[in-house]
Design a protein around this ligand. Sequence first.
Ligand code: MTE
Ligand code: MO
Length: 314
Amino acid sequence: MLIRKSGRLTESDVTPVEIYRRRREFMKSGLMLAGAAVGAMLLPKHATGKLKLDEVTPGPFSSNEETTPRKDIISYNNFYEFGVDKSDPARHAHAMQTDPWSLRIQGEAETTGTFTLEDILKGRQLEERIYRMRCVEGWSMVIPWIGFPLADLVKRFQPTSKAKYLRFETLYDPEQMPGQRRNVLDWPYVEGLRMDEAMHPLTMLAVGLYGDVLPNQNGAPIRLVVPWKYGFKSIKSIVSIDFTATQPVTSWMRAGPAEYGFYSNVNPQVPHPRWSQKRERRIGELRKRKTLMFNGYAEQVASLYTGMDLVKNF
Ligand SMILES: Nc1nc2c(c(=O)[nH]1)N[C@H]1C(S)=C(S)[C@@H](COP(=O)(O)O)O[C@H]1N2
Ligand SMILES: [Mo]
């Protein structure tokens, strides 16, 4: 049996991947444990720090596909603030100070101001959700995130009727982020969502993965996760959320308007101007998979775009 006397596995007992496989076997066999027990079981012993991740419950929408090994999720990254190579973020992001951290909430909302991360997280039930992520460059992963619905945060700040979009910014600090000393993108990194996309129950703010706080290279201490869009929409290390009346111009739209549109929904029918989007390489697999419309989340999100030309609105 898996659960020890302490009711808790430590990292030396099993690898995270094994924990996840076994947890899924539990669930399949109908031996559903209480949420808290499942959460505790997932926690490796190094889950320390200010963030309290010890009451994580299994959330909705989780994929039952095999999760990508943790070592790949934390070593093969895009985080241009630390360099453009996939190995740069794991090498350089540890220098980023993530505590204390605060978020600026501004624009068209009843409540605005600067809030500490602790305040943003206070009283929130954290959930684990296993989501597919499809990068625009053609690879994909399956990642067990820990976080909460972005909709919960939006509701707290009460956007006004003028608020139609959300605009997010990443930290700008070339001292800590050496990649920002080069003009590969227009810094700070900016992303945006339409209000209904932000309120969609799939959209989450993540503060952890694989049972632990987010590693810096994955966007600590808080990042967006929008699983039906290309990975670049999921902005990391967020310091500002702005409720706006007009559609934000994102860093990628500015860098290449012909290549990156505002929506960036995963769509195998719309090629990137320089490559097809029909297939993807799941990290760890040899044979390519077919890319699915909305990254396989069509049932949940297709209705957000009824009547829209998704070739024009790429
Ligand atoms: N601030 C910031 N956020 C970012 C990026 C970035 O360069 N800077 N890269 C994006 C891209 S292209 C992808 S594919 C995902 C990668 O997330 P991961 O490294 O956690 O897998 O982060 C996205 N968020
Ligand atoms: Mo990406």
